[in-house]
Design a protein around this ligand. Sequence first.
Ligand code: CMC
Length: 363
Amino acid sequence: MPDQLTKSTIGLDGVPAAETALSHVDGLKGELIIAGKHVVDLASRSSFESVTARLWSLANSELITEAEVRTQLGQARVQAFARLPDLLTVSGGVSLVAAFRAAIAGLRTEDGISDDATIVGALPVIAAALARRANGDAAVAPDPTLGHAADTLRMLHGRDPNAGEARALDAYLITVSDHGMNASTFAARVVASTQADLFCAVTAGYCALTGPLHGGAPEPVLEMLDTIGTSARIEPWIDDALARGERLMGFGHRIYRVRDPRADVLKTVIETLAVNTTNLPFAAEVEAYARDALKRKYPDRALDTNVEFFTAILLDALAIPRQAFTPIFAVARSTGWTAHAREQQRRGRLLRPSSAYIGEIPA
Ligand code: CMC
């Protein structure tokens, strides 16, 4: 038994838990490859359906086309809408994030059999219906002829998005669709490794996503920007937060030792979006000071802006309510979770690490 485990050993830093052909994060170069392509290229030239088709084809070793995915997701949105009364049973004093968890857990049919599209297609329907319900508005039926991103915005806002808005959400969904062995994907793979079904794996993935150290960060990013409020307050607010030992939301990463490449992909999308955005120059001031302050406090540990900082600004610019940010992240990441769960079931082994016992040894 080891005498003492280091912090990095306890956090499983750099320990490969699976082989995957789905995505790769190079933390030193600041590169993310999804299904064999750089995220920068995918976000500017692809569609969510096309990236999903690539991931599912790799996971199942069976070709599925972008057109087939588009059709399947459209049909799945329609089917999920018909099931909404049964799915949205949790209400009253429960946060949107928690109601979403209950709803996706309820997606499972008794036989546990699904195609992957049933799950991925249902998520925006549930997220949009919950966001509208929070405002006292009725759910909007999906339009299966639209792309997944455009229909998500339509179901959220009750109007057709313009091409720029639809493109911006599409780029976001692509950018965060998969990201190596992140905590939620690991959780999904652990569940899938027991040969539990896809519904269980995705529900586990979502639960792991909701924490602020992972996909729960964007809402607090906006809260931080709101609380700081003015340029004059940036320096004292950040210095105080760091002095209290708090973590600045939207900064730092377990893998990246340079800037998270997804941050700049999303920043570019925001700059091309012709709608009112969060005060971008102010956010840039906060970002610049936070990076400097983190560098001063942790000179040996590169802590830079991560994807969640610009996720918050982009989703806010698309008028998505902040309580729905994590469910919208799940809409995107569900494509990665389903692909990883399939890959794990097909090619992996039971994931069963060990622990270092530090308790009492009986006499
Ligand atoms: N603000 C202040 N201090 C920080 C931050 C931060 N954002 N990130 C790390 N640190 C500190 C950390 O407390 C530790 O200090 P100490 O040695 O005194 O305990 C030191 O820096 C080294 O931390 P680390 O080992 O690099 O941190 P980690 O790998 O355990 O955590 C992280 C990675 C993303 C959880 C962390 O950077 C963090 O909490 N960031 C804020 C939350 C956030 O933005 N989450 C979204 C992550 S990106 C989305 C995704 O891909 O999942």
